[in-house]
Write a protein that binds this ligand. Structure first.
Ligand code: PLP
Length: 501
Protein backbone atom coordinates (compact mmCIF):
# COMPACT_ATOMS: atom_id res chain seq x y z
CA UNK A 1 0.00 0.00 0.00
CA UNK A 2 1.43 3.34 -1.07
CA UNK A 3 0.23 6.90 -0.52
CA UNK A 4 -0.09 9.94 -2.77
CA UNK A 5 -0.29 13.62 -1.98
CA UNK A 6 -3.72 15.10 -2.73
CA UNK A 7 -1.91 17.91 -4.54
CA UNK A 8 0.69 15.87 -6.42
CA UNK A 9 0.13 12.37 -7.77
CA UNK A 10 3.85 12.06 -8.54
CA UNK A 11 4.57 12.12 -4.83
CA UNK A 12 4.49 8.49 -3.65
CA UNK A 13 5.41 7.43 -0.10
CA UNK A 14 5.16 4.45 2.23
CA UNK A 15 2.82 4.57 5.23
CA UNK A 16 5.80 5.04 7.57
CA UNK A 17 6.90 8.07 5.55
CA UNK A 18 3.38 9.48 5.43
CA UNK A 19 3.06 9.21 9.22
CA UNK A 20 6.55 10.48 10.05
CA UNK A 21 6.24 13.43 7.66
CA UNK A 22 2.63 14.37 8.52
CA UNK A 23 2.02 16.59 5.48
CA UNK A 24 3.48 16.57 1.97
CA UNK A 25 6.00 19.24 0.90
CA UNK A 26 3.54 20.46 -1.74
CA UNK A 27 1.01 21.26 0.99
CA UNK A 28 -1.18 18.26 0.09
CA UNK A 29 -2.38 15.52 2.44
CA UNK A 30 -1.34 11.89 2.17
CA UNK A 31 -4.04 9.47 0.97
CA UNK A 32 -3.95 5.74 0.20
CA UNK A 33 -3.66 5.01 -3.54
CA UNK A 34 -6.57 2.57 -3.27
CA UNK A 35 -8.86 1.19 -0.58
CA UNK A 36 -8.46 -2.35 0.70
CA UNK A 37 -11.69 -4.34 0.25
CA UNK A 38 -13.60 -6.26 2.91
CA UNK A 39 -16.10 -8.75 1.44
CA UNK A 40 -19.20 -9.73 3.43
CA UNK A 41 -17.35 -12.92 4.33
CA UNK A 42 -14.46 -10.87 5.69
CA UNK A 43 -16.90 -8.85 7.78
CA UNK A 44 -18.59 -12.05 8.94
CA UNK A 45 -15.22 -13.33 10.14
CA UNK A 46 -14.73 -10.14 12.11
CA UNK A 47 -18.03 -10.45 14.01
CA UNK A 48 -16.69 -12.61 16.87
CA UNK A 49 -13.47 -10.60 17.23
CA UNK A 50 -12.58 -8.08 19.94
CA UNK A 51 -12.15 -4.39 19.08
CA UNK A 52 -8.39 -4.85 19.30
CA UNK A 53 -8.36 -7.76 16.85
CA UNK A 54 -10.58 -5.89 14.41
CA UNK A 55 -8.16 -2.97 14.71
CA UNK A 56 -5.20 -5.22 13.88
CA UNK A 57 -6.97 -6.39 10.69
CA UNK A 58 -7.77 -2.87 9.51
CA UNK A 59 -4.30 -1.53 10.32
CA UNK A 60 -2.75 -4.51 8.55
CA UNK A 61 -4.46 -3.55 5.27
CA UNK A 62 -2.96 -0.05 5.28
CA UNK A 63 0.39 -0.37 7.06
CA UNK A 64 1.92 -2.93 4.72
CA UNK A 65 5.45 -1.76 5.62
CA UNK A 66 4.82 -2.70 9.29
CA UNK A 67 5.14 -6.29 10.53
CA UNK A 68 2.20 -8.06 12.16
CA UNK A 69 4.03 -7.90 15.48
CA UNK A 70 4.65 -4.18 15.17
CA UNK A 71 0.96 -3.53 14.52
CA UNK A 72 -0.09 -5.80 17.39
CA UNK A 73 2.34 -3.99 19.69
CA UNK A 74 0.84 -0.56 18.79
CA UNK A 75 -2.76 -1.74 19.21
CA UNK A 76 -2.15 -3.62 22.46
CA UNK A 77 -0.36 -0.66 24.03
CA UNK A 78 -3.05 1.83 22.98
CA UNK A 79 -6.44 0.21 23.66
CA UNK A 80 -6.10 -1.19 27.16
CA UNK A 81 -8.91 -1.47 29.69
CA UNK A 82 -6.88 0.75 32.06
CA UNK A 83 -6.95 3.55 29.49
CA UNK A 84 -10.48 3.04 28.13
CA UNK A 85 -12.47 1.88 31.18
CA UNK A 86 -13.24 -1.53 29.64
CA UNK A 87 -12.02 -3.99 27.01
CA UNK A 88 -14.20 -2.34 24.38
CA UNK A 89 -12.99 1.24 23.92
CA UNK A 90 -15.96 2.14 21.67
CA UNK A 91 -19.21 0.74 23.13
CA UNK A 92 -22.56 1.14 21.37
CA UNK A 93 -25.60 2.23 23.46
CA UNK A 94 -29.13 1.95 22.08
CA UNK A 95 -31.72 4.61 23.00
CA UNK A 96 -35.16 5.61 21.85
CA UNK A 97 -35.71 9.28 21.03
CA UNK A 98 -38.69 10.94 19.26
CA UNK A 99 -39.73 7.42 18.17
CA UNK A 100 -36.36 6.89 16.44
CA UNK A 101 -33.78 4.40 17.59
CA UNK A 102 -30.39 5.96 18.29
CA UNK A 103 -27.30 3.76 18.39
CA UNK A 104 -24.82 5.95 20.20
CA UNK A 105 -21.17 5.08 19.54
CA UNK A 106 -19.46 6.35 22.69
CA UNK A 107 -15.95 7.36 21.68
CA UNK A 108 -15.02 9.22 24.86
CA UNK A 109 -13.99 6.55 27.35
CA UNK A 110 -10.28 7.34 26.94
CA UNK A 111 -7.93 9.26 29.23
CA UNK A 112 -9.10 12.76 28.21
CA UNK A 113 -12.81 12.00 27.71
CA UNK A 114 -12.97 13.04 24.04
CA UNK A 115 -12.92 10.94 20.87
CA UNK A 116 -9.48 12.29 19.95
CA UNK A 117 -8.05 9.73 22.38
CA UNK A 118 -9.06 6.96 19.95
CA UNK A 119 -6.38 8.22 17.56
CA UNK A 120 -3.94 9.99 19.87
CA UNK A 121 -3.44 6.98 22.12
CA UNK A 122 -2.06 5.00 19.19
CA UNK A 123 -0.42 7.70 17.04
CA UNK A 124 2.73 7.94 19.24
CA UNK A 125 3.38 4.21 18.80
CA UNK A 126 2.80 4.39 15.05
CA UNK A 127 5.03 7.44 14.85
CA UNK A 128 7.99 6.04 16.79
CA UNK A 129 7.92 2.89 14.63
CA UNK A 130 7.60 5.00 11.47
CA UNK A 131 10.61 7.05 12.54
CA UNK A 132 12.64 3.91 13.17
CA UNK A 133 11.90 2.83 9.58
CA UNK A 134 12.60 6.19 7.94
CA UNK A 135 15.00 8.09 10.22
CA UNK A 136 16.35 5.67 12.80
CA UNK A 137 17.74 7.14 16.01
CA UNK A 138 16.00 10.47 15.56
CA UNK A 139 13.93 11.87 18.40
CA UNK A 140 10.53 13.26 17.37
CA UNK A 141 9.65 16.70 18.72
CA UNK A 142 5.89 17.18 18.63
CA UNK A 143 4.77 20.81 18.59
CA UNK A 144 1.08 21.42 19.19
CA UNK A 145 -0.99 24.60 19.17
CA UNK A 146 -4.33 23.88 20.78
CA UNK A 147 -7.63 25.51 21.58
CA UNK A 148 -8.27 22.81 24.18
CA UNK A 149 -9.07 19.18 23.42
CA UNK A 150 -6.24 18.24 21.06
CA UNK A 151 -3.50 19.49 23.38
CA UNK A 152 -4.54 17.37 26.32
CA UNK A 153 -5.21 14.28 24.19
CA UNK A 154 -1.80 14.62 22.52
CA UNK A 155 -0.06 15.08 25.90
CA UNK A 156 -1.70 11.94 27.29
CA UNK A 157 -0.81 10.00 24.16
CA UNK A 158 2.83 11.01 24.00
CA UNK A 159 3.65 11.10 27.71
CA UNK A 160 6.71 8.92 28.45
CA UNK A 161 6.74 7.45 24.91
CA UNK A 162 10.39 6.69 24.08
CA UNK A 163 12.17 8.94 21.60
CA UNK A 164 9.53 11.63 21.68
CA UNK A 165 9.11 14.97 23.35
CA UNK A 166 5.91 17.01 23.22
CA UNK A 167 5.43 20.75 23.64
CA UNK A 168 1.95 22.25 23.78
CA UNK A 169 1.06 25.93 23.43
CA UNK A 170 -2.39 27.25 24.28
CA UNK A 171 -3.88 30.77 24.34
CA UNK A 172 -3.71 32.08 27.92
CA UNK A 173 -7.34 33.24 27.92
CA UNK A 174 -8.68 31.01 25.15
CA UNK A 175 -9.38 27.67 26.86
CA UNK A 176 -11.79 26.64 29.61
CA UNK A 177 -10.67 26.44 33.23
CA UNK A 178 -11.06 22.66 33.11
CA UNK A 179 -8.99 22.37 29.92
CA UNK A 180 -6.26 24.57 31.41
CA UNK A 181 -6.19 22.48 34.55
CA UNK A 182 -6.09 19.27 32.51
CA UNK A 183 -2.99 20.45 30.65
CA UNK A 184 -1.13 22.18 33.49
CA UNK A 185 -1.27 19.10 35.71
CA UNK A 186 -0.01 16.78 32.95
CA UNK A 187 2.34 14.05 34.13
CA UNK A 188 5.28 12.63 32.18
CA UNK A 189 9.00 13.26 31.79
CA UNK A 190 8.87 14.31 28.12
CA UNK A 191 6.06 16.87 28.25
CA UNK A 192 6.07 20.65 28.32
CA UNK A 193 3.07 23.00 28.45
CA UNK A 194 3.07 26.74 27.99
CA UNK A 195 0.42 29.46 27.70
CA UNK A 196 0.98 32.28 25.24
CA UNK A 197 -0.14 35.88 25.42
CA UNK A 198 -2.37 35.82 22.38
CA UNK A 199 -5.23 33.93 20.80
CA UNK A 200 -5.36 30.49 19.19
CA UNK A 201 -4.36 31.87 15.78
CA UNK A 202 -1.23 33.42 17.34
CA UNK A 203 -0.33 30.05 18.86
CA UNK A 204 -0.93 28.25 15.58
CA UNK A 205 1.00 30.81 13.52
CA UNK A 206 3.89 30.67 16.01
CA UNK A 207 4.07 26.88 15.83
CA UNK A 208 3.92 26.92 12.02
CA UNK A 209 6.74 29.48 11.89
CA UNK A 210 8.97 27.32 14.09
CA UNK A 211 8.11 24.27 12.00
CA UNK A 212 8.88 25.77 8.61
CA UNK A 213 12.09 27.72 9.35
CA UNK A 214 14.90 25.53 7.91
CA UNK A 215 17.36 27.00 10.44
CA UNK A 216 15.34 25.45 13.25
CA UNK A 217 15.20 22.05 11.58
CA UNK A 218 18.97 22.20 11.10
CA UNK A 219 19.54 23.03 14.76
CA UNK A 220 17.35 20.08 15.73
CA UNK A 221 19.07 17.72 13.28
CA UNK A 222 22.44 18.57 14.87
CA UNK A 223 20.97 17.31 18.13
CA UNK A 224 19.46 14.16 16.64
CA UNK A 225 15.92 15.55 16.64
CA UNK A 226 13.21 16.39 14.09
CA UNK A 227 9.84 18.10 14.22
CA UNK A 228 6.75 15.99 13.70
CA UNK A 229 3.03 16.60 13.79
CA UNK A 230 0.10 15.26 15.81
CA UNK A 231 -2.43 17.29 13.80
CA UNK A 232 -5.58 15.71 12.45
CA UNK A 233 -4.19 15.90 8.91
CA UNK A 234 -1.65 13.17 9.80
CA UNK A 235 -2.65 9.83 8.24
CA UNK A 236 -1.75 8.23 11.56
CA UNK A 237 -4.68 10.06 13.15
CA UNK A 238 -7.23 9.23 10.47
CA UNK A 239 -6.52 5.51 10.18
CA UNK A 240 -7.41 4.60 13.80
CA UNK A 241 -10.77 6.31 13.28
CA UNK A 242 -11.70 3.99 10.39
CA UNK A 243 -11.48 1.10 12.85
CA UNK A 244 -14.35 2.15 15.08
CA UNK A 245 -16.75 2.52 12.16
CA UNK A 246 -15.87 -0.97 10.92
CA UNK A 247 -16.21 -2.23 14.47
CA UNK A 248 -19.54 -0.48 15.08
CA UNK A 249 -21.00 -2.15 11.98
CA UNK A 250 -19.96 -5.54 13.39
CA UNK A 251 -21.57 -4.59 16.70
CA UNK A 252 -24.79 -3.55 14.92
CA UNK A 253 -24.93 -6.95 13.21
CA UNK A 254 -24.11 -8.78 16.45
CA UNK A 255 -26.87 -6.89 18.26
CA UNK A 256 -29.39 -7.87 15.58
CA UNK A 257 -29.96 -4.24 14.51
CA UNK A 258 -29.11 -5.05 10.88
CA UNK A 259 -28.55 -8.24 8.88
CA UNK A 260 -25.04 -8.72 7.52
CA UNK A 261 -24.91 -6.74 4.27
CA UNK A 262 -27.72 -4.31 5.16
CA UNK A 263 -26.87 -0.63 5.15
CA UNK A 264 -26.62 1.74 8.11
CA UNK A 265 -26.55 5.54 8.34
CA UNK A 266 -23.73 7.26 10.19
CA UNK A 267 -24.12 10.66 11.88
CA UNK A 268 -21.02 12.63 12.87
CA UNK A 269 -20.73 15.99 14.66
CA UNK A 270 -18.16 17.59 12.38
CA UNK A 271 -15.47 20.25 12.59
CA UNK A 272 -12.31 19.49 10.67
CA UNK A 273 -14.04 16.70 8.67
CA UNK A 274 -11.62 14.04 9.96
CA UNK A 275 -14.07 11.88 11.87
CA UNK A 276 -16.74 11.75 9.15
CA UNK A 277 -14.11 11.13 6.46
CA UNK A 278 -12.98 8.05 8.40
CA UNK A 279 -16.58 6.78 8.22
CA UNK A 280 -16.59 7.38 4.47
CA UNK A 281 -13.29 5.49 4.11
CA UNK A 282 -14.78 2.55 6.08
CA UNK A 283 -17.57 2.47 3.50
CA UNK A 284 -15.04 2.57 0.64
CA UNK A 285 -13.57 -0.59 2.20
CA UNK A 286 -16.92 -2.40 2.02
CA UNK A 287 -18.87 -1.44 5.13
CA UNK A 288 -22.47 -0.97 3.87
CA UNK A 289 -23.53 2.66 4.42
CA UNK A 290 -26.58 4.47 3.05
CA UNK A 291 -25.96 8.08 4.16
CA UNK A 292 -23.27 10.04 5.97
CA UNK A 293 -25.00 12.74 7.97
CA UNK A 294 -22.67 15.67 8.53
CA UNK A 295 -23.83 17.67 11.57
CA UNK A 296 -22.54 21.22 12.11
CA UNK A 297 -23.23 23.90 14.71
CA UNK A 298 -23.92 27.55 13.77
CA UNK A 299 -20.60 27.57 11.92
CA UNK A 300 -22.42 25.81 9.10
CA UNK A 301 -19.93 26.18 6.27
CA UNK A 302 -20.09 22.41 5.57
CA UNK A 303 -23.91 22.34 5.49
CA UNK A 304 -23.86 25.02 2.81
CA UNK A 305 -21.09 23.27 0.91
CA UNK A 306 -22.86 19.91 0.79
CA UNK A 307 -26.11 21.54 -0.34
CA UNK A 308 -24.73 24.03 -2.88
CA UNK A 309 -21.26 22.88 -3.94
CA UNK A 310 -19.89 26.27 -2.88
CA UNK A 311 -17.39 26.37 -0.01
CA UNK A 312 -17.23 29.89 1.40
CA UNK A 313 -15.26 30.65 4.54
CA UNK A 314 -15.92 34.40 4.26
CA UNK A 315 -18.59 34.55 6.92
CA UNK A 316 -19.07 35.39 10.60
CA UNK A 317 -17.32 33.12 13.07
CA UNK A 318 -19.46 32.03 16.03
CA UNK A 319 -18.12 30.97 19.42
CA UNK A 320 -20.56 28.23 20.42
CA UNK A 321 -21.18 25.77 23.25
CA UNK A 322 -19.79 23.03 20.97
CA UNK A 323 -16.37 24.71 20.60
CA UNK A 324 -14.53 21.76 19.04
CA UNK A 325 -16.67 22.32 15.94
CA UNK A 326 -16.08 26.07 15.74
CA UNK A 327 -14.11 25.96 12.55
CA UNK A 328 -14.38 27.60 9.13
CA UNK A 329 -11.66 25.72 7.24
CA UNK A 330 -12.18 21.96 7.41
CA UNK A 331 -8.75 20.64 6.42
CA UNK A 332 -9.73 17.03 5.80
CA UNK A 333 -12.36 18.00 3.21
CA UNK A 334 -9.40 18.16 0.82
CA UNK A 335 -9.16 14.36 0.99
CA UNK A 336 -12.85 13.97 0.05
CA UNK A 337 -12.41 16.34 -2.90
CA UNK A 338 -9.50 14.21 -4.10
CA UNK A 339 -11.62 11.07 -3.93
CA UNK A 340 -14.71 12.64 -5.50
CA UNK A 341 -12.70 14.11 -8.37
CA UNK A 342 -11.34 10.66 -9.24
CA UNK A 343 -7.93 11.27 -7.58
CA UNK A 344 -7.42 14.40 -9.67
CA UNK A 345 -4.54 16.33 -8.06
CA UNK A 346 -4.89 19.25 -10.50
CA UNK A 347 -8.52 19.81 -9.47
CA UNK A 348 -7.60 19.72 -5.77
CA UNK A 349 -4.66 22.10 -6.28
CA UNK A 350 -6.92 24.56 -8.07
CA UNK A 351 -9.63 24.44 -5.39
CA UNK A 352 -7.15 24.78 -2.52
CA UNK A 353 -5.48 27.75 -4.23
CA UNK A 354 -8.86 29.46 -4.60
CA UNK A 355 -9.55 28.82 -0.92
CA UNK A 356 -6.21 30.37 -0.01
CA UNK A 357 -6.54 33.46 -2.20
CA UNK A 358 -10.31 34.14 -2.22
CA UNK A 359 -11.61 32.09 0.71
CA UNK A 360 -14.18 30.52 -1.59
CA UNK A 361 -14.44 27.84 -4.28
CA UNK A 362 -17.13 25.96 -6.19
CA UNK A 363 -16.85 22.31 -7.23
CA UNK A 364 -18.06 20.93 -10.57
CA UNK A 365 -21.65 19.70 -10.93
CA UNK A 366 -20.32 16.17 -11.15
CA UNK A 367 -18.48 16.39 -7.80
CA UNK A 368 -21.41 18.18 -6.19
CA UNK A 369 -23.82 15.42 -7.22
CA UNK A 370 -21.48 12.68 -6.08
CA UNK A 371 -21.17 14.31 -2.66
CA UNK A 372 -24.94 14.83 -2.36
CA UNK A 373 -25.63 11.20 -3.18
CA UNK A 374 -23.62 10.02 -0.15
CA UNK A 375 -23.79 12.95 2.29
CA UNK A 376 -26.53 14.90 4.01
CA UNK A 377 -25.55 18.23 5.57
CA UNK A 378 -27.47 19.86 8.40
CA UNK A 379 -26.82 22.19 11.32
CA UNK A 380 -28.20 22.96 14.75
CA UNK A 381 -28.22 26.29 16.64
CA UNK A 382 -27.48 26.87 20.33
CA UNK A 383 -31.11 26.70 21.48
CA UNK A 384 -31.71 23.35 19.80
CA UNK A 385 -28.41 22.00 21.09
CA UNK A 386 -29.52 22.72 24.65
CA UNK A 387 -33.10 21.56 24.10
CA UNK A 388 -31.91 18.23 22.71
CA UNK A 389 -29.69 17.57 25.76
CA UNK A 390 -32.64 18.26 28.07
CA UNK A 391 -35.24 16.33 26.04
CA UNK A 392 -33.02 13.29 25.62
CA UNK A 393 -32.25 13.25 29.31
CA UNK A 394 -35.91 13.61 30.26
CA UNK A 395 -36.87 10.78 27.90
CA UNK A 396 -34.06 8.30 28.53
CA UNK A 397 -32.00 9.52 31.53
CA UNK A 398 -29.09 9.65 29.11
CA UNK A 399 -26.81 12.67 29.36
CA UNK A 400 -24.94 13.70 26.21
CA UNK A 401 -22.44 16.48 25.60
CA UNK A 402 -23.03 19.53 23.41
CA UNK A 403 -21.29 18.09 20.30
CA UNK A 404 -23.22 14.82 20.42
CA UNK A 405 -26.38 16.83 20.93
CA UNK A 406 -25.78 18.66 17.64
CA UNK A 407 -25.54 15.27 15.92
CA UNK A 408 -28.75 13.97 17.50
CA UNK A 409 -30.66 17.13 16.64
CA UNK A 410 -29.51 17.11 12.99
CA UNK A 411 -30.39 13.41 12.75
CA UNK A 412 -33.86 14.22 14.04
CA UNK A 413 -34.31 16.83 11.27
CA UNK A 414 -32.99 14.35 8.72
CA UNK A 415 -35.58 11.73 9.60
CA UNK A 416 -38.37 14.33 9.61
CA UNK A 417 -37.27 15.58 6.20
CA UNK A 418 -36.64 12.24 4.48
CA UNK A 419 -38.61 9.62 6.42
CA UNK A 420 -35.51 7.42 6.12
CA UNK A 421 -35.67 4.73 8.80
CA UNK A 422 -32.34 3.03 8.06
CA UNK A 423 -30.72 1.86 11.34
CA UNK A 424 -28.33 4.59 12.38
CA UNK A 425 -25.07 4.95 14.31
CA UNK A 426 -24.38 8.32 15.92
CA UNK A 427 -20.81 9.21 16.85
CA UNK A 428 -20.68 10.58 20.40
CA UNK A 429 -17.48 12.59 20.67
CA UNK A 430 -17.13 13.79 24.27
CA UNK A 431 -18.20 13.14 27.83
CA UNK A 432 -20.82 15.66 29.05
CA UNK A 433 -18.56 16.31 32.06
CA UNK A 434 -16.01 17.89 29.76
CA UNK A 435 -18.52 20.65 29.01
CA UNK A 436 -20.28 20.79 32.38
CA UNK A 437 -21.21 24.46 32.23
CA UNK A 438 -23.05 24.31 28.91
CA UNK A 439 -24.70 21.00 29.79
CA UNK A 440 -25.87 22.44 33.14
CA UNK A 441 -27.24 25.49 31.32
CA UNK A 442 -29.29 23.10 29.22
CA UNK A 443 -30.48 21.06 32.19
CA UNK A 444 -31.43 23.68 34.79
CA UNK A 445 -32.36 27.32 35.35
CA UNK A 446 -30.67 27.38 38.74
CA UNK A 447 -27.65 29.61 39.34
CA UNK A 448 -24.37 27.81 38.61
CA UNK A 449 -21.37 27.65 40.97
CA UNK A 450 -18.11 29.43 40.10
CA UNK A 451 -15.63 26.58 39.93
CA UNK A 452 -15.52 23.89 37.23
CA UNK A 453 -15.31 21.16 39.87
CA UNK A 454 -18.40 22.41 41.67
CA UNK A 455 -20.18 22.34 38.31
CA UNK A 456 -19.12 18.72 37.84
CA UNK A 457 -20.58 17.92 41.28
CA UNK A 458 -23.80 19.75 40.44
CA UNK A 459 -24.17 17.93 37.12
CA UNK A 460 -23.63 14.66 38.93
CA UNK A 461 -26.29 15.43 41.50
CA UNK A 462 -28.81 16.46 38.82
CA UNK A 463 -28.18 13.56 36.43
CA UNK A 464 -26.90 10.72 38.60
CA UNK A 465 -24.54 9.72 35.75
CA UNK A 466 -21.00 8.54 36.36
CA UNK A 467 -18.26 11.17 36.49
CA UNK A 468 -15.33 9.85 34.40
CA UNK A 469 -12.32 9.01 36.58
CA UNK A 470 -9.91 11.25 34.62
CA UNK A 471 -12.11 14.24 35.50
CA UNK A 472 -12.70 13.42 39.16
CA UNK A 473 -8.97 12.70 39.57
CA UNK A 474 -8.04 16.16 38.36
CA UNK A 475 -9.40 17.79 41.49
CA UNK A 476 -6.53 18.54 43.81
CA UNK A 477 -3.84 17.51 41.33
CA UNK A 478 -0.81 19.78 41.65
CA UNK A 479 -0.03 22.28 38.89
CA UNK A 480 3.23 21.43 37.11
CA UNK A 481 3.24 24.14 34.46
CA UNK A 482 2.45 27.80 34.92
CA UNK A 483 4.62 29.22 32.15
CA UNK A 484 3.34 32.10 30.07
CA UNK A 485 5.31 33.35 27.11
CA UNK A 486 5.05 36.20 24.66
CA UNK A 487 3.94 35.04 21.23
CA UNK A 488 7.23 36.29 19.74
CA UNK A 489 9.25 34.29 22.25
CA UNK A 490 7.85 30.86 21.35
CA UNK A 491 10.94 29.71 19.47
CA UNK A 492 13.20 30.59 22.40
CA UNK A 493 10.85 28.75 24.73
CA UNK A 494 10.98 25.63 22.55
CA UNK A 495 14.77 25.63 22.30
CA UNK A 496 15.17 26.23 26.02
CA UNK A 497 12.80 23.36 26.81
CA UNK A 498 14.77 21.09 24.45
CA UNK A 499 18.09 22.17 25.94
CA UNK A 500 19.37 23.57 22.62
CA UNK A 501 21.17 26.91 22.38
C1 PLP B 1 -12.52 17.46 17.48
C2 PLP B 1 -13.92 17.27 17.90
C3 PLP B 1 -14.99 17.22 16.97
C4 PLP B 1 -14.80 17.43 15.48
O1 PLP B 1 -14.16 16.35 14.86
P1 PLP B 1 -13.53 16.51 13.40
O2 PLP B 1 -12.79 15.26 13.13
O3 PLP B 1 -12.63 17.71 13.50
O4 PLP B 1 -14.64 16.75 12.45
C5 PLP B 1 -16.27 16.97 17.45
N1 PLP B 1 -16.51 16.81 18.78
C6 PLP B 1 -15.51 16.87 19.69
C7 PLP B 1 -15.85 16.70 21.13
C8 PLP B 1 -14.19 17.10 19.30
O5 PLP B 1 -13.20 17.16 20.24
Amino acid sequence: MLYNSTQNNEKVVSSAQAIAQGISEDGGLFVPQSFPQFSLDDIKNMLPLSYQDRAKLVFGCYLTDFTKDEIADCVDKAYTSEKFESDNPAPLKTLEYNSNELNILELWHGPTCAFKDMALQILPHLLTKSLKKTADGTKAIILVATSGDTGKAALEGFKDVENTEILVFYPENGVSAMQKHQMNTQKGENVYVCAIKGNFDDAQTGVKKIFTDPANSEALAKNGMMFSSANSINWGRLLPQIVYYVSSYCDMVNAGKVALGDKINIVVPTGNFGNILAAYYACEMGIPVNKFICASNSNNVLTDFINTGVYNKNRDFYTTISPSMDILVSSNLERLLYKMSGNNDAVVRDLMNKLKTDGVYEVSTDIKEKILSSFYGGFCDEENTKATIKNLFDAQSYLCDTHTSVAISVYDSYVKETGDKTPTVIASTASPYKFSKAVLDAMTNEALPESEFDMVDMLYSISDTKVPTPISELKGMPTRFDNVTDKDEMKLTVFKALGIN
